[in-house]
Design a protein around this ligand. Structure first.
Ligand SMILES: [Zn+2]
Ligand SMILES: [Zn+2]
Length: 193
């Protein structure tokens, strides 16, 4: 079972790159955060996991005058991804998977500390735990009822109802606008559907 994202006293979440040239706000509760231990995320992050917070792009606002550079990169499925990087410090702040620009995957480590704390207390799921290092213990998370999966998960069993409804609305809009040709949240984040 997933934890409900705190719904009281919501304030916009904020984040930035290391040099503060790029900054952003998230203006609605994130749908979920993926803590992904797949080897692809480990290589990309140079660390033990990728940390991606999912939010509809309509709730993600750039708040600096300088825009990030959009850099194309590979994914295991071949659908590709687009990484938004600061043109000066080159930190990656967020990404899109495949052709879908309607869903933003925020690199959660770029959130400001109070926002980071807030998001980490919210709905989250550990995926591809089968390739995490032994020293990353997730028993506490299991006891808290947070989803821990060896590989991927069934969205309907994990996301809260409100988030599922929002995604449904998003996908309907996407289909209507026919702006997308590939799959929605393709992969790279481990989202193999
Ligand atoms: Zn920067
Ligand atoms: Zn991954």
């Amino acid at each position: 079972m997933a934890l409900p994202f705190p719904t009281d006293n919501f304030f916009p979440l904020s984040g930035r790159c290391s040099c503060a040239t790029i900054s952003y706000q998230i203006t609605a509760f994130p749908l979920i955060t993926h803590i992904c231990y797949c080897t692809w995320c480990q290589r990309e992050s140079g660390s033990v996991c990728g940390l991606n917070t999912l939010i509809e792009s309509s709730y993600f606002k750039l708040t600096a005058s300088t825009k990030p550079e959009l850099i194309s990169g590979p994914t295991p499925s071949g659908n590709g991804q687009t990484n938004a990087r600061c043109p000066l410090c080159h930190d990656t702040l967020f990404k899109y998977y495949g052709a879908n620009r309607h869903m933003t995957y925020v690199k959660a480590g770029t959130l400001d500390r109070d926002s980071f704390q807030r998001v980490m207390e919210g709905e989250r799921v550990h995926i591809y735990a089968g390739s995490k290092p032994e020293w990353v213990g997730l028993e506490g998370e299991r006891k808290r009822g947070v989803g821990v999966f060896e590989e991927y998960y069934v969205r309907e069993e994990v996301w809260r109802k409100e988030a599922l409804e929002r995604r449904e609305g998003l996908m309907e809009r996407v289909t209507r606008e026919k702006k997308i040709e590939g799959s929605e949240d393709g992969d790279g984040d481990g989202a193999r559907e």
